[in-house]
Design a protein around this ligand. Structure first.
Ligand SMILES: [Zn+2]
Length: 115
């Protein structure tokens, strides 16, 4: 579901994988999808923090905790946006959710699929 949203958002087309972190930040700011911070990026993965995104925004302060990956919508959306920007197949997953860790942010990993 998030994945489809990611692919219909209007994003800037990028030529280089190295431009993805900036492009992603731009898109997330533009559509008000949360607050993003890159932890690590290479031509294989992007590891990032996201806070204030819709899946958990209203739950964080209510002491609700979940097991497993909660923000699948955002993960799909991130993958969709990146695919749309550079035309490389990728998948994304939430590696650490704020609802589990007690942090104010969630961590996601985007992995580019090589042929
Ligand atoms: Zn989360």
């Amino acid at each position: 579901m998030g994945h489809e949203l990611g692919t219909i958002l209007k994003v800037r087309q990028l030529k280089e994988v190295s431009q993805i972190p900036d492009g992603l930040k731009e898109t997330i700011n533009e559509f008000n999808l949360g607050d993003m911070e890159i932890i690590e990026s290479s031509d294989e993965i992007i590891h990032l923090k996201l806070k204030g995104h819709s899946s958990i925004k209203d739950l964080l302060n209510k002491g609700i905790k979940t097991e497993g990956s909660f923000c699948a919508f955002e993960a799909g959306m991130l993958a969709g946006i990146v695919e749309h920007m550079v035309n490389i197949h990728c998948f994304a997953q939430e590696v650490d959710c704020g609802l589990q860790s007690g942090n104010t942010y969630c961590e996601f990993m985007i992995v580019f699929q090589k042929d």
